[in-house]
Design a protein around this ligand. Structure first.
Ligand SMILES: [Zn+2]
Ligand SMILES: [Zn+2]
Length: 208
């Protein structure tokens, strides 16, 4: 049996075990980059992404990894700020890093990976709705704060004022006991740059 606090791909070839399994917060993200990354994975055998993705954040403090040789680290473009780790066999996405996370946290999208512990955390906000591809967004709650972009200081300040987001979008206050997500990425090796055109939503997949 596998150890606890495991995040894995659907074929169980890639496993990440966390030191701290408590979700720090979660968001619903409508950005085109999340969808584009997952559509690229779908083309390779992964699962079709929804338009808005449930995204949960954990401390970048990893006890151990198994199957690093089965992982691939990718960026959408040369100027990308996110790095996504996929399984090379089943194209689940097991972790996402972003420059804003400052190696304090990393993200998973629970609809695109597996886990053997409780990751539920009610979303604090819906973000990047400017990229939502349909006319009306069918959101679960009328009380959850909604952010169109992060283009304006008012919006950024309003976002950072949501507890406990600003506590984690900063450098770590205590160092990781184990490996950080960036150490995992560097162990995987060279980051594969996919060179996808910005905003190209790989339509042929959407309209299957
Ligand atoms: Zn897999
Ligand atoms: Zn996103």
């Amino acid at each position: 049996m596998d150890k606890k606090n495991k995040i894995s791909c659907s074929c169980n070839s890639c496993k990440i075990f966390l030191n701290d399994p408590t979700p720090k917060f979660s968001l619903l993200c409508a950005c085109e980059d999340c969808r584009q990354g997952l559509r690229w994975a779908e083309k390779n055998g992964g699962k079709k992404p929804k338009d808005i993705l449930y995204s949960v954040y954990f401390r970048s403090d990893i006890h151990s990894c198994e199957g690093i040789e089965n992982m691939t680290a990718t960026q959408l473009r040369k100027d990308a700020r996110s790095t996504r780790i996929y399984c090379k066999k089943c194209f689940s996405c097991v972790a996402i890093d972003h420059v804003f996370y400052q190696n304090n946290i990393f993200m998973i999208q629970p609809e695109h990976c597996e886990y053997n512990f409780d990751i539920e955390s009610p979303p604090k906000a819906v973000i990047n709705l400017i990229d939502y591809p349909r006319e009306f967004a069918d959101l679960d709650s009328e009380t959850i704060p909604v952010f169109h972009t992060n283009k304006y200081p008012q919006e950024r300040n309003r976002f950072r004022s949501i507890e406990p987001i600003s506590d984690f979008l900063c450098p770590p206050k205590t160092p990781a006991e184990g490996m950080t997500i960036r150490e995992v990425i560097s162990k995987i090796g060279k980051i594969k740059v996919l060179d996808l055109m910005r905003g190209d939503n790989l339509e042929e997949i959407q309209n299957e």
